[in-house]
Each structure stands twice: as structure tokens, then as C-alpha cells.
Design a protein around this ligand. Structure first.
Ligand code: C2E
Ligand code: MG
Ligand code: MG
Length: 619
């Protein structure tokens, strides 16, 4: 097909002009018929070219098929017209017009149709050959020379045509290659090289199309997975193994991908799954399956690796396809899932946004709070349930914020844990509490709470011993309270930390027993001297015969193992009596005293000494 219509129109207009002029001038019948055919074919070619390029139907296809034959026929007619003019020796100027037009057309075709060289050469031969033959037939000297010039010119032009054609082909090939290279690079820029999933760029590019497909009866859910302990795997076994772990996770994720969903890897160990789901129930089910899949141990490079994932989930209903908001919500939900512990999935809730704002404020202010002296240690007495006397105090941190008022540890300790500030804060708490305890009677013990992050910090045990030394407190007077969350990840550092301090005489209490896994395994494996039964068993709404039976069982076990059993959260004398009967040796709670500042703790000790003295005197 003609790629440049202007060229075709010009050529057709020239053909019509030459044909009409011939018709007007000559009386030779053969030439008149040929001229008429030339005019008709020239006009027909314009129509054919139009139909071939504009119609996408059967007619257009036929036009495209026969178009090259039209071109060949047109060239042959012009060659024939010029040859007939020579043979009949028509009017001199008409001969010049027809031969001149035929030769110009032949040469022009060679250049203009170089993209289809066979047609170009065919047209040229059909134009030049009849003229050349006519020249030889007439046989005059100038015409014989012209008859010879024409084949020479044709072969030169053929050479040029094929040259132009091959350079055109090279250009077309190069353009094709660079287009496919460009496509390949675009794909690479959107793909995570380790897992073959989308990367962030790819995900952001592909997500709008998925979001647009959310139907009236479906909702879009974004699952944001954070792989637990991936950094540890990388550090322990190297990046090669780390990469294979990521691939295994990607494979598990792919196997759960609902139809029409997309998956991506973000950062080093986070994965995203954007999926159209039918119901909230289906989302919960998929989240459960993903949690279970990720928790399955894997064998990579000969290592048994147990990882697991936390999952944040946000949903989007039809009509509000805002990807940014969805990602922000899923990110927040993930944050809460991480705080809740491994293998947890959390749905986004609007309250999370408020929590986050407050958390951010706390995080920003906590650093300066220690320096500004806004933190204090309060002490809550731990009572001996058989004698009714104070056996020790638990140190509980308080933050008296100038604007927000009193902040409880449940609010700022998790923030300190996440930001790593807990190390500084924890050291300060241990030092300050140890100093206070050093001024109490020798038999008073001090209980200090420790977060898991404090224990895995390098030199943690030495830090505690240094604080004791600085306060000149006998290590045997310190009891460190830890919760079961410390053992969820079976770390070697934990054992080393506990053994090192136990060797110096520090004792350990298992805090909040009954709220976690309540595994007897930990009690057996680690050197605990005390179990603190959580207050939900003592004073919570769910207390009753069953909880009493549980306390009795724990107390029995503790007594057999020579451990102290502390009942937490005692608020009434009935509760005190119940836990005492159940076998608890120690008790702590508002019934005896709230956590109080150091000077009031001293006063409690003072009062107790006076009371004891009065009892002695009375006796
Ligand atoms: P915990 O170690 O189980 O501390 C006991 C919590 O129960 C304290 O809350 C205490 O005020 C509260 N409590 C005591 N008796 C009663 C009672 O009769 N009724 C009720 N309803 N509550 C009672 P607090 O001080 O808000 O501490 C909460 C948690 O924060 C602690 O639980 C502990 O896990 C953590 N925490 C407190 N201080 C520190 C600290 O210095 N370091 C670390 N790492 N964690 C701390
Ligand atoms: Mg405690
Ligand atoms: Mg507790």
C-alpha cells in the first residue's frame, strides 16, 4: 500500500494530465485507447488507495491485496504509451512528454517504493522495457542509444533500490530491538529481582487496574505481611539463604492468590497482596491461611527456618478506590499486628489512626522526658500472705507529663520498646530502683520489670550488675520480672542472660502467668523462683470456681518446686482470703496499697515496723 498519499495523488494527477493531453493531441487510435486507460487507471488507483487505508472490512482487505497489481498495471500502461508514441512517431512534443514522464516515473518509483523492492523493480521494468523495445524497433541512432541507456539506468536504479531497502530493514530491525529492550527494561524496573513479584513501582502501576475491577458485590482487601525474624536469618545464614527464604515465602503467597489479585514485595521483608474478596469472612479465612502458611517451618540450604508473619489488613468498598488510603490503613493495621506478636493478623480500625498520632507524640517526647525528670519510679508492696508483712516492692515506672498528666506504662513502654529507647529507660529504672532499695531493710526485695528487648541488648546482664554495684545492692535482693513473650522466640541470649544473673544471685519471676501460652515448659527450662498469677484470675470479671481451681493447681505446683506464688491484683479481703486458701504465698494489689512514691514506700515500712514493735510490746 502507498504509505504517502501525497506521492500517489501527485503521480495519479501527472498520469491523468499526460493521458488527457495525449487524448487531446493525437489521432492514433491505439495511443488514444492507451491514454484513456491511463486516465481511468490513475483515477481508479486513487479510489483503491483510499478504500485500502480507510476500510477495515472485506472490501478494504481486497483493495490491499490487489493494490500492488494496480501499481504494476499503471507502470506497464505508461511504458506502453511512451513505446506506442515512438513506434507511431507521433507529434515530437507528445513523444517527449510521454517518454519523459515514463522515465521520471520509473526512476521515482525506484526511490519511493524501496520498501517493496520487487514491486519497485517490476514497475521500472514494465515502464522501461516497452520503450527500449520500441527504440530498437525504430532503429534510428539516437533511439538505439536511448534503448541502451534505459537497461543501464534500470540496473543502476535496481542497485540503489536494494541498497535503500536493506538500510531501511536495518533501521526497522534496530527500532524493533530498541522497542523490545525498552519493554524489557520497563518490566525489570517493575519487578523484584529476588522473587519475581512486583516491586513497589510495579505494584503502584498495577494496582489501579485491580482497584477499578472492584464489583458491586466484592470488596478490595489489602494484606500487608511482615516476615518475622528475617533480619536474623540474613545475619545468621547469609544473603543467599535469605533470598531463598523470600522466594519460598513468595511461592506460598502465590499459591493463595485469589483470582484477579496482585502480589508485591516491599522493602526487604514485607509483602503485599491486593485481592478482590467476596466477604469479610473470606478475608478472615485467607488471613488465617496466610498466617498458617507463613508459620510453617521451611528447609533452606540445609537449615530449618521458622519464620512466620504479622499481617495488617485494610478493605476498600466500591466507590472509594483510593490506593494511598488503603495502603496507609493496612500499614497501620500491620503495626498493631506486629505489636500483638507473631502469626497475628489485624484489621484496620479508625481508632488506630488516633492511637498512631498519640504514639508519635509520645515517641517524640519520651526521649527528653528522662532528662527533664518527668519520669518517676513508684513502688507497690508485695505482701507475705501468711504473716501479712511486706516482703518487697515492685518498681513501676510513671510519667508525669506536663500537659497530658500521668501516663501509665502500658501506654509508653510499648513505644519505648519499638523505638529501642527501652534500653536507656530500662537502665535508668533499674539504677534508680536499686538505689531506693538499698535504703530499705536488708530483708526487703526489689522486683523490676524487664522487656524482652532489654534482654537481647548486648551486655544486658552486665548492665544490670553494674546498676546493682553502683547502688551497692546485693544481687540476691533483686528479682527480675519477665513475661512469656520473652520466650516466644527461643533465643540463646535469653538463656545466657538468665544464667549469668542467676549465678550472681539475682532471681526471676514469671509475670502475668495465665495470659499467654502458660507453658510449663518455660518454668521447667529457665531458673524461675516466682510465678506471678495474673490479676485476671484474681479480680477480673471472669473469676470463679474455675479460676480458683487453676490458681490452686499453679500454687500446688509452685510449692512443690519451692517457688513463691504471687497473686496479682488483690482488691478485696475476700480475694486475699481466697488466694491464700488456694496456696498463694505472696499477694499484691490495691487492697494492700497502690504503687506509691519512694518516700511513701519508706513510710509503709516505717508503719509496719511500729506495728510490729507494738505487737511485741503488747506480747
Ligand atoms: P505488671 O508488671 O503486671 O504490674 C502490675 C500492674 O498491675 C501495675 O500496673 C499495677 O499498678 C497494677 N495493679 C497492681 N495492683 C492492682 C490491683 O489491685 N488492681 C488493678 N486493677 N491493677 C493493679 P502499671 O503500673 O500500670 O503497669 C502495667 C505494666 O507495665 C506492668 O505490669 C509491667 O508489665 C509494665 N511496666 C511497669 N513498669 C515497668 C518498667 O519499669 N519496666 C518495664 N519493662 N515494664 C514496666
Ligand atoms: Mg510486673
Ligand atoms: Mg503482672
Amino acid at each position: 500500500m502507498h504509505t504517502r498519499p501525497i506521492g500517489l495523488f501527485t503521480s495519479a494527477a501527472c498520469g491523468m494530465a499526460a493521458g488527457s493531453t495525449t487524448l487531446a493531441i493525437t489521432a492514433v487510435p491505439a495511443l488514444r485507447w492507451i491514454a484513456l486507460t491511463l486516465v481511468i487507471v490513475a483515477a481508479a488507483r486513487v479510489v483503491m488507495a483510499y478504500l485500502a487505508s480507510e476500510c477495515d472490512n472485506a472490501l478494504g482487505r481486497t483493495m490491499r491485496r490487489i493494490y500492488p497489481f494496480g501499481a504494476l498495471a499503471y507502470a506497464a500502461i505508461i511504458g506502453l504509451a511512451a513505446a506506442t508514441a515512438i513506434l507511431h512517431d507521433v507529434e515530437q512534443h507528445l513523444q517527449i512528454l510521454l517518454v519523459g514522464y515514463a522515465m521520471t516515473l520509473g526512476a521515482g518509483i525506484a526511490m519511493g517504493n524501496a520498501g517493496r523492492p520487487l514491486i519497485a523493480v517490476g514497475q521500472m521494468v514494465l515502464t522501461f522495457l516497452p520503450i527500449s523495445l520500441a527504440c530498437f524497433t525504430v532503429g534510428t541512432m539516437p533511439l538505439v542509444v536511448l534503448g541502451l541507456i534505459l537497461p543501464a539506468l534500470a540496473s543502476g536504479l535496481t542497485y540503489v533500490t536494494f541498497n535503500v531497502f536493506s538500510s531501511l530493514m536495518r533501521q526497522v530491525r534496530a527500532a524493533g530491538e530498541s522497542a523490545s529492550l525498552g519493554q524489557q527494561m520497563r518490566e525489570q524496573a517493575r519487578t523484584d529481582p529476588v522473587t519475581g513479584l512486583y516491586n513497589r513501582t510495579g505494584f503502584e502501576a498495577a494496582a489501579p487496574a485491580v482497584l477499578a475491577c472492584v464489583g458491586a458485590r466484592s470488596q478490595m482487601a489489602l494484606f500487608w505481611l511482615d516476615v518475622r525474624r528475617f533480619k536474623e536469618v540474613n545475619d545468621m545464614y547469609g544473603h543467599h539463604t535469605g533470598d531463598r527464604v523470600l522466594c519460598e515465602i513468595a511461592t506460598r503467597l502465590r499459591a493463595r492468590m485469589p483470582e484477579g489479585s496482585i502480589c508485591a514485595r516491599f522493602g526487604s521483608d514485607e509483602f503485599l497482596l491486593l485481592a478482590p474478596m467476596t466477604s469479610r469472612k473470606a478475608i478472615e479465612q485467607l488471613a488465617g491461611l496466610l498466617c498458617a502458611d507463613m508459620a510453617l517451618p521451611m528447609r533452606v540450604d540445609g537449615h530449618r527456618i521458622e519464620s512466620g508473619a504479622s499481617i495488617g489488613i485494610a478493605t476498600l468498598c466500591p466507590g472509594t478506590p483510593d490506593l494511598d488510603q488503603l495502603m496507609q490503613n493496612a500499614g497501620l493495621a500491620l503495626y498493631h499486628a506486629k505489636v500483638a506478636g507473631r502469626h497475628q493478623a489485624r484489621f484496620f480500625a479508625p481508632s488506630m489512626t488516633r492511637d498512631l498520632a498519640r504514639r508519635k507524640e509520645i515517641e517524640a517526647e519520651l526521649r527528653g522526658a528522662i532528662l527533664r525528670d518527668e519520669l518517676s519510679i513508684y513502688f507497690q508492696p508485695i505482701m507475705d500472705l501468711s504473716t501479712g508483712r511486706i516482703r518487697g516492692f515492685e518498681a513501676l515506672v510513671r510519667w508525669f507529663h506536663p500537659d497530658k498528666g500521668e501516663l501509665l506504662p502500658d501506654e509508653f513502654i510499648p513505644v519505648a520498646e519499638e523505638t529501642g529507647l527501652i534500653i536507656t529507660l530500662g537502665n535508668w529504672i533499674t539504677r534508680t530502683a536499686a538505689r531506693a532499695c538499698a535504703s530499705w531493710p536488708e530483708d526487703m526485695k526489689l522486683a523490676v520489670n524487664l522487656s524482652p528487648a532489654q534482654i537481647s541488648a548486648p551486655g544486658a546482664a552486665l548492665g544490670v550488675l553494674a546498676a546493682l554495684k553502683e547502688a551497692q545492692l546485693d544481687p540476691r535482693r533483686l528479682e527480675l520480672e519477665v513475661t512469656e513473650s520473652l520466650f516466644v522466640e527461643d533465643k540463646h541470649e535469653t538463656t545466657v542472660f538468665m544464667e549469668q544473673l542467676a549465678a550472681e544471685g539475682v532471681t526471676f519471676a514469671l509475670d502475668d502467668f495465665g495470659t499467654g501460652y502458660s507453658s510449663l515448659h518455660y518454668i521447667n527450662k529457665y531458673p524461675f523462683s516466682t510465678i506471678k498469677v495474673d490479676r485476671s484470675f484474681v479480680s477480673g470479671p471472669a473469676t470463679g470456681l474455675r479460676t480458683e481451681a487453676i490458681i490452686r493447681a499453679v500454687a500446688e505446683m509452685g510449692n512443690t518446686l519451692g517457688m513463691e506464688i504471687v497473686a496479682e491484683g488483690l482488691e478485696t479481703s475476700e480475694q486475699v482470703e481466697a488466694v491464700r486458701r488456694a496456696g498463694c504465698t505472696l499477694g499484691q494489689g490495691f487492697h494492700f496499697s497502690r504503687a506509691v512514691p519512694e518516700h511513701l514506700a519508706l513510710r509503709l515500712l516505717e508503719e509496719e515496723r511500729c506495728m510490729a514493735a507494738r505487737v511485741l510490746r503488747a506480747g
